[in-house]
Every structure is written in structure tokens, then in C-alpha cells.
Write a protein that binds this ligand. Sequence first.
Ligand SMILES: Cc1cc2nc3c(=O)[nH]c(=O)nc-3n(C[C@H](O)[C@H](O)[C@H](O)COP(=O)(O)OP(=O)(O)OC[C@H]3O[C@@H](n4cnc5c(N)ncnc54)[C@H](O)[C@@H]3O)c2cc1C
Length: 332
Amino acid sequence: MITIAEKYKCNGCTACHNICPILSKKTYPQIQSLKAFAAINNDEKIRLQSTSGGVFSALAEYVLNQGGVVFGAGFDQNFVVRHMACENLQDLAGLRMSKYVQSDLGNTFNHVKKLLQEGRLVYFSGTPCQVAGLKSFLLRDYDNLITQDVICHGVPSPLVWAKYLAYKTNGIRPANVFFRDKTTGWRNSSFKIECNENTYQTKRLGDPFMKMFAFNKILRPSCHKCHFKGDGHVADITLADFWGKAMKQYAQQFDDNKGCSLVISRTQKGEKLITNLAKQKISYICVPAAKALKGNPMYFKSTFAFLRPKNLGKHLSTLPFEKFIKKYGKLI
Ligand SMILES: Cc1cc2nc3c(=O)[nH]c(=O)nc-3n(C[C@H](O)[C@H](O)[C@H](O)COP(=O)(O)OP(=O)(O)OC[C@H]3O[C@@H](n4cnc5c(N)ncnc54)[C@H](O)[C@@H]3O)c2cc1C
């Protein structure tokens, strides 16, 4: 029988222990000055094609205009979520919008390192654990690297996603998938699959996959004890939804049901980028960070695990998928 060490060609040198952001127990300097902004992309079309206020696209456009490279999560031809490099505005559309599935990083970290060493400007966008992983992998800071993460609810299993999509489309390759389509408004955003001239569109929690995601049934087990909450965020910028009480109090002019970004900058690089984008690409209002984050508790804590079914993995491989969905994706 082949051992794990043989399978992964491990020679037991333990170098990976120094790279892994959890095993290395690396500590980062405490952040002295978090700055928070409510912000929207000035291009309404792009804002409506984005999950929140479209600040990711504004940052990415800035980097592309400087001759830089943007890394983010997109769909491959089979709708598997993967990190990919983008060097032009046309390809950027594929990175827009949250995909609520764990993204496969593939060879991204090596690619980023090579570009940084060549002196290219690089913008890496991902979940907090992916940004921490990249920083740990690089072993040093680079002035030409911009990092951005999100306030993360957790990422669902790619296997559940693959099975769900095949079940929903009868194995036919869809034309497009939107986890959060805003044609029905940001508050009532919908889940949409366009397939063979048929469109399946339903309110978010009316879809079994989105319900299993929102109710923490199919997240990776590690997401329930995430190491990258609060001061564990290490990106220059964090993006999320801006909403709730803080929206009413500080940013009412952006409260038009089209989506607004909460932007947290934790480095001078991050703050400078955001303020430089102002006027041309984004409109923003400075808001007190503590108040803005109070309405978004996932910044500080992991999603609770008690709703995660104990036999999920076993049932995923043993039950016919229709039965699996009936059991775990029951609609209210
Ligand atoms: C898995 C996940 C969970 C989230 N949970 C919350 C939450 O609980 N509360 C909250 O306020 N905000 C959450 N967000 C963030 C929010 O949905 C928006 O992504 C964020 O506000 C940026 O929106 P935008 O309009 O600026 O740009 P958009 O165009 O919507 O953002 C696209 C960016 O998100 C990245 N991205 C998309 N999918 C993934 C993925 N699977 N893995 C890594 N990166 C990805 C892309 O690389 C791209 O850079 C989550 C995002 C993801 C991906």
C-alpha cells in the first residue's frame, strides 16, 4: 500500500512546517490604525456586476493600467472555482463576483513569486487564509505586492458544488452561474444558473446549495476554527458588504439596494490605494472601523459548527445525490 509520504513525495524535511501559516505560528505586527470606508464603484454597470460595491474591480483596473497582474477566483470551463491570473480588462469580468466555493490555488503562489521577482506589480485577492498562506510562502515582503482578502463566512466543499451543479443541470455545461445576482436588488439577490436557454433563478435561500452554505452545513471543517479572524487578517485591504445600522448612520447616500463595499485598510499601502482611487473610480466615505465591523461579526469569529452534519462526508459518497439534497438542503 502506498503511504501518504510516498504519494506526496514527502522526504520528511519539515520545510513545510515553516511555510504553513498555522504550523509556523507566525505572528504579525499588531495593526495600529485600521481605517474603514463605505465605498462604491463609480461605474454603475460594474457595481451591479459585483457582489458588494465593486471595489475589487476598481483596484484591479488600477493595477492592470499600471501593467500589473491580478490574481483572483474565477470559473474554469467546467465551473470549478480556481485562482487565475488576469492581465487585461476583458478577462477581469471572470474574476468579478463571489463564488461561494473553496477556490483551487493550483500553482498560483509560484506564479505570483516569479512575477514579483521580475519586478511586476501583483494584486492578489482571496480569502484571509489564502492571503496568509501566500505571505507565509513568500518569506519576505514585496513593495510590488498588493494583497486583499474578504470578510469570510467560510468556503463550501468543491465536491458538493460539483455534484450539485451536475444534478441541477443534468450534467449539461451551463453558460453562466451567479451566486449573487443583483438584477433582483442587493437585498433580494438571487442565485442563478443560465443553461441551454433555460434560466434557473431563485432567491438566495430558496436554493438548496445556498441554503446549505448559509446554514453552515457544507463548509470546510477548518472554517469552523479559522485562524485568520480579527488580527489574523494580514492583507493590505479587506473587502466585505457594508450594511445595517452603520449604513443608516454613516453612508445613507449609498443605501440604494445596489450593493456597497465595506473597505478596511490596515497598511499605508492599502490606505493610499483606496484614497488614490477616489473620485475617478470610486466614491467613499470614511467611517469608524469599530462601528462598521460591529455589523459584520464574521470579521472576528468563525461560523459555528453545530449545524454541520456529522455524516456529511459519508453521505456525500454513499447517498444518491438527490437524497443527499433532500436530507441536507431542505428548504424552509
Ligand atoms: C467565500 C466567501 C465568503 C464571504 N463571506 C462574506 C461575509 O460573511 N460577509 C461579508 O460581508 N462579505 C463576505 N464575502 C465578501 C463579499 O461577498 C465580496 O466578495 C466582497 O465584498 C468584494 O466585493 P466587491 O463588490 O468589491 O467585488 P466582487 O467582484 O464581488 O469580488 C470578487 C473578488 O472576490 C474574490 N473571490 C470570489 N470568490 C472567491 C473564492 N471562492 N475564494 C477566494 N476569493 C474569491 C475574487 O477573486 C475577486 O477578487 C465573502 C466572499 C467569499 C468569496
